[in-house]
Design a protein around this ligand. Structure first.
Ligand SMILES: Nc1ncnc2c1ncn2[C@@H]1O[C@H](COP(=O)(O)OP(=O)(O)OP(=O)(O)O)[C@@H](O)[C@H]1O
Ligand SMILES: [Mg+2]
Length: 272
């Protein structure tokens, strides 16, 4: 009877403290405790752990929704054996998020389908799990949103939204053409994030080709200068994961396509 009322009091306290994760785990933990399967200190740890786990899951769901991530990818889903040019230790180390603490950038370079977006998203997911604010966009989408904001007289608010997150993902640099105004707005954004907060960027083009993407060699040079100042470059050379079941087709496209790994010969992985 006494035990039952203690249990009820614990339930009421957990409800009062708004700890539904702990509340749900309570009965199981108490029975393990009563059965001698769990020492008291570990029971407390398990109870608090259940609440922390629920909080982290909720945080992640909210962050992923707010950040517009296109999918939830994790490092655990990434098959390193398929992409031997990637150093597993470098990626694992990046996922401990020290680069965000140090306000460094990450640039993932490589041809289509080699996992650039996957790894950029998995970094964002890890950052969201740690409670950091993240934001995802393709270069084209981010620029469109800045141009629209400028036309509507809301540029400074939009800039603030994109400067504020601890981690911004800029995906797909090099696939779609951008206007001179768009390039200038993106340069402003990156200049304002420089040494303030981390950005993860992905591109299918080598740095030498960025002048062409941004339509201005001088500005592209200044942009790259800022981005690589404190930066980890992951240069992926390999086959498209999308094409893994079509090896023959890949060989044909690789011979004729504009972005073959061969063209990226000059690029070397520079880990810092
Ligand atoms: N090594 C891998 N292990 C598991 N899944 C992978 C791997 N590489 C890529 N994928 C998966 O293959 C698909 C294509 O990868 P991703 O979108 O990351 O390529 P990308 O390099 O960004 O290509 P693009 O330049 O076309 O945008 C995704 O669904 C991704 O999760
Ligand atoms: Mg991609």
């Amino acid at each position: 009877m006494k035990a039952a009322s203690l249990r009820e009091r614990l339930r009421a306290q957990l409800a009062d403290l708004k700890m539904p994760g702990a509340l749900e785990a309570l009965d199981d933990i108490l029975s393990q405790l009563d059965g001698g399967k769990l020492p008291p200190a570990q029971a407390i740890e398990a109870l608090l752990g259940a609440q922390i786990q629920l909080r982290n899951t909720r945080r992640l769901v909210a962050a992923v929704r707010a950040s517009r991530l296109p999918a939830a990818k994790t490092l655990a889903d990434f098959d390193f054996t398929f992409q031997p040019s990637i150093k597993r230790e470098q990626l694992e180390s990046l996922h401990t998020l020290g680069f965000i603490e140090r306000r460094e950038n990450v640039i993932l370079l490589g041809p289509p389908g080699v996992g650039k977006s996957h790894l950029a998203i998995s970094l964002a997911v890890a950052a969201a799990q740690s409670g950091r604010r993240i934001y995802y966009g393709t270069l084209a989408d981010l620029i469109t949103s800045l141009e629209e904001a400028q036309q509507a007289g809301r540029l400074s608010q939009r800039m603030k939204t994109l400067i504020f997150p601890s981690l911004l993902i800029v995906d797909e640099i090099g696939y779609l053409p951008i206007t001179p105004t768009g390039a200038m707005l993106f340069f402003q954004l990156m200049s304002r994030r420089y040494e303030r907060a981390s950005t993860v960027l992905t591109s299918n083009k080598s740095f030498e080709e960025w002048g062409h993407i941004f339509g201005d060699d001088v500005m592209a040079g200044a942009l790259i200068d800022r981005l690589v100042h404190h930066c980890h470059i992951v240069n992926i050379r390999g086959n498209s994961y999308r094409m893994r079941q079509h090896a023959e087709l890949y060989t044909v496209l690789n011979r004729k396509g504009p972005d073959t790994p061969k063209r990226r010969k000059g690029q070397e992985a520079v880990a810092s």
